[in-house]
Design a binder for this molecule. Structure first.
Ligand code: ADP
Length: 475
């Protein structure tokens, strides 16, 4: 039995709480029983006291109150009080009469006027035996006396203590039963947790598709299983993405490396002319550049996955970055035989990484140039609102069908692999663009129609005019 397991601790706690409840309830019952015994004994004492008072008055009538000194009282005593009952009478200065044993209740004679009208009962322990004593004033003839009347209550106490001992002696058994019951109950309640643990432990990288079974009880444990299943689903999806990414990356890297290697091997087979060497080296160079670009892209995505935020944000002018990207975009558009127009407006302060944002704009401009047939047009606009700037890159190119649109920003996703490969793309550009936009607190979206053209829209937060002054100081 593992001492640290929840079930052992639950059972132990249950036993402790039960024992505490047992002790409190036992104590409470004991006190309540004692009080009820006192109540009936006190009632009995009062009745006896009344009888005694009555008898004394009768004796006083026949003998006169002044004569009541010893013997007449003794006679009354025999009639008025039952067996075991003792009493004594004080006139304030001395004890007029004391039954045998009553003198042990205290030496000082009681002053009648100092007593409560209805009397007071107390429990005295004389020689180890409990006695309930009622002290009250009594009117006999014209005098007021103080009378104490008491009965032994040892029997009641014995009965009470018998009950208490029964409870005390039974408690280890109760404790044992409670602990065993608690252990059994918690074991039953926690059994599904063990099952969840075993299944969860069995789910590894090779079987991430496995799920925890639900018991259909819709309780806390089913909800725990559901939460874990959701987590496994997310892990599974993330794991698949990573696996797919690695497979795609290796595939994309293999092609240029194979071209470089084959070109070098073929060229070396026999002596070549100078122009043949130059041509081979050019091809190798072009593939190497393509490879290192691809590696850079992969690195950037991998790093942003690992670190989350990798952009060094600084106060910058969004319009300026876009203008610089457009200069390169114009060159690309010219080369592709496209008309190119730009409408940017004035400066637009923002917090951003100028290099990354230039890259984002250039990816869109490069795509627009790549996927638009000669004679088409590319148009860039920037619209600045109170909180953000919207940059649009519009082209009249081949467009993208609705079945491809939702996947456009996925890594390595290409519409018609041949169409994209022929133009030198591997399908990473838009995922990088999206990463840059979200890394700046913005987003990117697309509208497109095959044969008509596409519009890529980037929304980026800007620095509102109210916040500009502290930013100017930063510059
Ligand atoms: P690539 O590097 O292959 O261009 P991207 O991630 O930039 O990769 O683009 C993914 C796919 O989206 C491309 O294969 C291309 O078919 C399509 N695409 C991107 N931009 C445009 C556009 N302006 N017009 C038409 N299709 C586009």
């Amino acid at each position: 039995m593992n001492r640290r397991s929840i079930r052992v601790r639950l059972a132990a706690w249950q036993a402790v709480i039960l024992m505490a409840a047992f002790a409190v309830a036992g104590g409470g019952v004991w006190l309540a029983m004692r009080d009820s015994i006192y109540e009936s004994v006190d009632e009995d004492l009062r009745a006896r006291l009344a009888l005694l008072e009555d008898g004394l008055n009768k004796a006083a009538d026949t003998t006169g109150a002044g004569h009541v000194g010893g013997r007449p009282v003794n006679l009354v005593n025999l009639q008025a009080t039952g067996p075991g009952t003792r009493f004594r009478i004080s006139d304030g200065s001395r004890w007029i009469y004391q039954s045998p044993g009553a003198e042990k209740w205290g030496a000082e004679p009681l002053v009648p006027s100092a007593l409560q009208e209805h009397g007071r009962a107390r429990t005295l322990v004389i020689g180890g035996r409990p006695i309930r004593v009622l002290t009250a004033p009594a009117s006999v003839a014209d005098t007021v006396w103080a009378i104490q009347i008491g009965v032994p209550i040892g029997e009641f106490y014995k009965a009470l203590n018998d009950v208490a001992w029964t409870v005390v002696l039974a408690s280890p058994l109760v404790l044992l039963i409670a602990s065993a019951g608690g252990y059994w109950m918690s074991k039953r309640a926690l059994e599904p947790v063990d099952r969840i643990t075993r299944t969860a432990r069995a789910i590894g990288a090779e079987n991430l598709a496995a799920r925890l079974p639900l018991r259909g009880a819709d309780d806390e444990l089913d909800r725990l299983s559901e939460t874990l299943n959701d987590m496994f689903a997310r892990l599974d999806a993330a794991f698949r993405r990573v696996t797919q990414f690695t497979a795609d990356a290796s595939h994309e890297l293999r092609t240029p490396v194979a071209i470089i290697r084959t070109t070098a091997e073929l060229t070396r087979r026999r002596p070549r002319t100078e122009s043949e060497y130059t041509e081979a080296l050019d091809r190798i160079l072009a593939e190497s550049e393509r490879t290192s670009r691809l590696i850079d892209d992969l690195l950037m995505l991998a790093r942003s996955d690992a670190e989350g935020e990798e952009f060094a944000l600084e106060p910058m002018d969004l319009a300026q970055s876009l203008r610089e990207a457009c200069e390169q975009g114009r060159v690309l558009a010219d080369a592709a035989g496209l008309s190119f127009s730009v409408d940017l407006g004035s400066a637009c302060p923002a917090l951003g990484d100028p290099q990354a944002l230039r890259r984002l704009f250039l990816i869109l401009l490069d795509n627009a140039a790549k996927y638009t047939a000669p004679g088409g047009s590319v148009r860039v606009t920037m619209d600045v609102g109170p909180a953000d700037a919207v940059i649009e890159v519009q082209d009249t190119g081949v467009g993208v069908g609705p079945e491809d649109l939702p996947h456009l920003f996925e890594r390595f996703y290409r519409v018609g692999k041949d169409r994209s490969r022929a133009r030198g793309g591997v399908g990473l550009g838009l995922s990088i663009a999206q990463r840059i936009a979200t890394g700046h607190g913005g987003n990117i979206s697309v509208q497109s129609e095959p044969g008509t053209g596409s519009t890529f829209r980037v929304r980026l937060p800007i620095v509102s005019p109210a916040d500009r002054r502290p930013l100017d100081r930063l510059r």
